[in-house]
Design a protein around this ligand. Structure first.
Ligand code: FE2
Length: 376
């Protein structure tokens, strides 16, 4: 731990790793991805998806009867790709390699072909599958869409610093403008194997581990993972993985410029009748200001602002996984956010039974640990 920054003190987490615990890094990763690129979904009603996307603050790159591409204001590739499908479904995650050589190297090691991406995106990709069975696409050379006008951050009078005189604060109640995709959170029945895949294959590194109350010796059950960009800081997590009874999407998060944009954008979504799952608050792991919404297909999406950026010198923190430990301040975590509202319970119960019956890491002991999380 010598030479590392003390970000894991106090609230961030009590301590670092104990001897013999997971190091949170691959020894000799195949490549080191630069960032998350986009998420792909299928949805039956693209009109409905587009209406929500506009209200949430995306810009529309392309819309055809069968396709919808969304972006933030930052330059780069689209960050959400939607295709018309019979049912709503998360298809997979794409990561951006540093360059095409890295895509070729990865394809070679994985013995998978490289493919050209569709003309609307440009570039090449290699398609892998993570140990939970979810598609992982690694891309490079995609068209760089030019930056769009950004939402202006508000000018704050902070502490004794006077930055605004003879001027009012009037955040407009409009859609918060999305800057970019920040992270995706996935649940997996094969947590350790899936974690190691991202560390060993994509060169990602763990920012924080969580363990179930009373089960630290059994190993972590959630990790917040960032890209290793050397001395260039990266989001505290680009990907988070949690052990659970199903292999599935949990949520994805999109950056907006500041707290007022986030809050006023939330008022705007609420006025349109969309469902706030949990917020507004400030997380512990990653420190983001957060506000969680359900899109019309039931997918959880997050507006965030002011998240932590870590370079590759920080070692992983270790903390107990508790529902109250998900935020430093904000309303109590909701049943909807935790996926345990009454309407979801029959579906969850089936997932738990199926997971316990098949060969994976989700055991009865782990189920007991998970149940402790919700009540602690
Ligand atoms: Fe998040």
């Amino acid at each position: 731990m010598s030479g590392t920054v003390g970000a894991h003190n106090e609230l961030h987490s009590e301590q670092g790793a104990l001897p013999g615990e997971h190091s949170g890094r691959g020894r000799n990763p195949v490549i080191k991805v630069a960032d998350i690129a986009w998420l792909e979904f299928e949805k039956p009603d693209l009109d409905r998806a587009e209406a929500f996307a506009r209200a949430f603050g995306f810009a529309i790159v392309m819309r055809t009867p069968d396709e919808l591409q969304l972006r933030g204001a930052d330059a780069g590739a689209p960050c959400v790709l939607l295709r018309r499908g019979d049912r709503s479904r998360f298809v997979g995650t794409a990561f951006r390699a540093v360059d095409e050589v890295d895509v070729l190297r990865l394809a070679d090691v994985a013995r998978a072909p490289t493919k050209p991406l569709p003309e609307s995106l440009g570039g090449i990709c290699v398609d892998l599958v993570n140990p939970s069975g979810l598609p992982v696409r690694v891309v490079a050379g995609t068209h760089e869409l030019p930056e769009l006008a950004h939402q202006q951050p508000h000018v704050f009078n902070v502490g004794r610093e006077l930055n605004r005189t003879n001027a009012t604060q009037r955040p407009p109640r409009v859609a918060a403008r999305v800057q970019r995709l920040g992270h995706v959170v996935l649940q997996t029945t094969r947590y350790t194997e899936t974690l190691n895949f991202y560390l060993d294959t994509l060169g990602m590194i763990v920012s924080d581990f969580l363990f179930y109350p009373g089960q630290r010796a059994r190993g972590p059950v959630m990790s917040f993972i960032r890209c290793d960009r050397g001395s260039d800081p990266a989001d505290h997590h680009t990907l988070a993985l949690a052990l659970g009874p199903a292999d599935r999407y949990v949520h994805s998060a999109y950056q907006v410029c500041d707290l007022d944009a986030l809050a006023a954008g939330g008022e705007y979504l609420a006025e349109l009748g969309y469902f706030r799952s949990w917020g507004i608050g400030r997380h512990i792991q990653g420190s983001q200001l957060f506000d969680y919404w359900r899109d019309p297909d039931g997918f959880l999406v997050e507006h965030f602002a002011d998240g932590d950026m870590f370079d590759n010198t920080l070692e992983p923190g270790w903390a107990q996984f508790t529902a109250t430990g998900l935020a430093q301040w904000g309303p109590p975590v909701t049943k909807d956010f935790l996926g345990i509202n009454p309407s979801a319970l029959p579906h969850e119960a089936r997932a738990v039974v199926n997971a316990l019956r098949s060969k994976n890491e989700f055991s009865l002991t782990r189920l007991r640990g998970l149940l402790k999380v919700a009540n602690s």
